[in-house]
Write a protein that binds this ligand. Sequence first.
Ligand SMILES: *[C@@H]1O[C@H](CO)[C@@H](O)[C@H](O)[C@H]1NC(C)=O
Ligand SMILES: *[C@@H]1O[C@H](CO)[C@@H](O)[C@H](O)[C@H]1NC(C)=O
Ligand SMILES: *[C@@H]1O[C@H](CO)[C@@H](O)[C@H](O)[C@H]1NC(C)=O
Ligand SMILES: *[C@@H]1O[C@H](CO)[C@@H](O)[C@H](O)[C@H]1NC(C)=O
Ligand SMILES: *[C@@H]1O[C@H](CO)[C@@H](O)[C@H](O)[C@H]1NC(C)=O
Ligand SMILES: *[C@@H]1O[C@H](CO)[C@@H](O)[C@H](O)[C@H]1NC(C)=O
Ligand SMILES: *[C@@H]1O[C@H](CO)[C@@H](O)[C@H](O)[C@H]1NC(C)=O
Ligand SMILES: *[C@@H]1O[C@H](CO)[C@@H](O)[C@H](O)[C@H]1NC(C)=O
Ligand SMILES: *[C@@H]1O[C@H](CO)[C@@H](O)[C@H](O)[C@H]1NC(C)=O
Ligand SMILES: *[C@@H]1O[C@H](CO)[C@@H](O)[C@H](O)[C@H]1NC(C)=O
Ligand SMILES: *[C@@H]1O[C@H](CO)[C@@H](O)[C@H](O)[C@H]1NC(C)=O
Length: 532
Amino acid sequence: MKAIILSIAATLVGAVPTQSHTPSPYFNQVDNQTWVIGNELWNLTQGLKYGVQLFYKDHDCVGDAVGHYVSYNGAASDLSWNSASIAKRGSYRGSDYIDVAFTADEGEMHWVIFSGLPGAYQYFVNHALPVLGEFRTLWRLDNTTFPRGKTNLRDEELPPLSDYIAANKVQDETWLRPDGKGYITKYDLTDWIRTQTYYGVYGDSFGSWYINPGKDYYNGNHLKQELMVHRESATGDAVQLNMIHGTHFMASSSDAFPDGKDVGAVAVLVLSDGRPAANAAVFLGDNNPNKTALDMGTDYYYTSYADAQGRFKFADVRAARYGLQAWSNGSKIADVTTSFLQNNITVTKSRNTNLGTLKWNVSKKTKIFQVGDFDRTSYGFQYGGAPNQHALVASCPGNLVYRVGKSKTSDWCFGQTYQGNWTISFDLPNTPKHNRAGNATLIVSLAGYSSGASSIILANGQQIGNLTSEAPGLLNDPSLYRSMTTAGEWRYFEFEFDSGSVLKKGDNEVTFQMTRNTTWHGFMWDSVVLEW
Ligand SMILES: *[C@@H]1O[C@H](CO)[C@@H](O)[C@H](O)[C@H]1NC(C)=O
Ligand SMILES: *[C@@H]1O[C@H](CO)[C@@H](O)[C@H](O)[C@H]1NC(C)=O
Ligand SMILES: *[C@@H]1O[C@H](CO)[C@@H](O)[C@H](O)[C@H]1NC(C)=O
Ligand SMILES: *[C@@H]1O[C@H](CO)[C@@H](O)[C@H](O)[C@H]1NC(C)=O
Ligand SMILES: *[C@@H]1O[C@H](CO)[C@@H](O)[C@H](O)[C@H]1NC(C)=O
Ligand SMILES: *[C@@H]1O[C@H](CO)[C@@H](O)[C@H](O)[C@H]1NC(C)=O
Ligand SMILES: *[C@@H]1O[C@H](CO)[C@@H](O)[C@H](O)[C@H]1NC(C)=O
Ligand SMILES: *[C@@H]1O[C@H](CO)[C@@H](O)[C@H](O)[C@H]1NC(C)=O
Ligand SMILES: *[C@@H]1O[C@H](CO)[C@@H](O)[C@H](O)[C@H]1NC(C)=O
Ligand SMILES: *[C@@H]1O[C@H](CO)[C@@H](O)[C@H](O)[C@H]1NC(C)=O
Ligand SMILES: *[C@@H]1O[C@H](CO)[C@@H](O)[C@H](O)[C@H]1NC(C)=O
């Protein structure tokens, strides 16, 4: 059935389930724009768009905040419910449940409510969402009940609204702190969606959490990051976001959803040089893809890692045809610059797919130098992978020299944002002609790029390439100026040049000369490789 897309997220309010023997999930229609859903522990009043008065233990957890809603493309379109009804009722492991469907023009929002559970399961069935970037459900809750936010990476008090001083706004949802020391921005509370375990907002007496039983309806790959909790800067609400299809740190993400959207796959990946593809990132995504793995979001996506022998498996995969991708996640194969793609992987219902041994071609050229691990992230460089922090790139230098064989990886900084020259100097023991090398290839792998920054690339003073918004046409991703320190949208470039006329025996250099800069924008590095 290619009917259902999107979320199964459980929202739990409160910590300790009170045991009750009254089987009581219920749904009441008050008028044609008001419904009450709940059980013996909690209830919610759903209006035309917003779910308010979330009562639990006689406490209204929404209060003056906006409440629960479903929306796409930012706040531009909050779904309006035309009708609501019980779509299904039943019993599972001794607990009665009802599945309540709220129907909008775009699709159905379901709440599955069990007796005795201080929360509900939610899912959304698409019927007519437009081609879009952002689709989400969210809670905007009472900020005195829920003063703190928690993700896998952070657990802290949300900054008070009084610290958001209009005159201090420096960019998109980012303010200088009143004391001038650092910034307040919602982007700091971003986390990796594929590895998040649970997240939410809480206080001394109540907590509200999202727990995802599965993640295949999320867009993107291992490196997909999303905003999870924050303080709403216009109203002060405590916000808990369920970014089913999010775009906060991507260059381009615009997907069409099928109307209405089991098993597994195993394989061994070996490199063409005979090594196992140790710890490679593996991804089951669009067949014959025309988008990057991060940008995919129409169907269902599965992420995993190979083990030290290159073996991997995906469990609980929906029957469909997929494109299987793999790339280095660093460690033992951090030198591998190529990516693996095999299309037409067919996963059939009730049958395990064994793909056997798959061969991943690696470059046959000779490597002259490599700066940084190939892993689509900035790990290893100075500040690479630091806790999310706005404007950290401003701490990287304007000019930098990296000496191959002498410098450490951490001597290269994770991002370049100032006009200046970042130079890699290296030694060639023989003349290129002697090596009959022909062309040399400079491989540039960026973990991210925020536009408004242009560089020319020089080898021994001769221009061998450009990295600009115009040529080769780099799209903006907001990672660098939205607090990200590890990755945004990955980009891969090869610049070929004639080695005989450009390189020489002895000292050589490759320079990234930034000629145009914009505050906090620029290049986030993954790796630079020269080979011939
Ligand atoms: C809702 O009910 C009101 C009267 O109570 C009526 O005027 C309105 O047309 C109804 N709306 C819908 C969508 O049925
Ligand atoms: C919702 O819960 C509150 C407090 O727990 C209770 O007073 C109220 O009657 C409930 N509302 C409905 C419609 O069940
Ligand atoms: C909570 O929200 C109110 C507005 O409803 C706002 O005045 C108040 O400052 C917020 N509290 C915090 C701690 O931000
Ligand atoms: C992938 O890389 C990240 C960052 O270095 C690391 O934390 C993680 O353990 C790696 N995963 C595997 C399976 O090697
Ligand atoms: C990309 O592929 C999808 C099917 O996988 C197709 O529907 C779409 O038209 C393609 N887009 C382009 C620009 O080729
Ligand atoms: C993909 O597989 C299907 C069925 O197994 C086959 O008909 C089709 O030709 C294959 N396409 C490619 C490009 O191999
Ligand atoms: C891998 O390399 C072999 C030998 O050079 C070639 O025949 C094959 O087409 C390559 N495979 C891919 C997927 O590029
Ligand atoms: C651009 O870089 C120069 C130094 O290289 C620096 O002085 C200037 O402040 C930077 N401009 C912006 C907008 O960051
Ligand atoms: C970068 O190097 C070039 C060539 O040596 C030089 O002309 C330019 O001034 C340098 N840029 C900066 C900002 O130092
Ligand atoms: C750099 O870009 C300019 C114009 O954008 C182009 O004319 C030039 O050929 C490019 N140089 C290289 C080496 O790609
Ligand atoms: C060498 O690189 C140049 C670009 O600098 C390219 O035009 C040419 O086709 C390449 N030659 C080979 C044999 O790859």
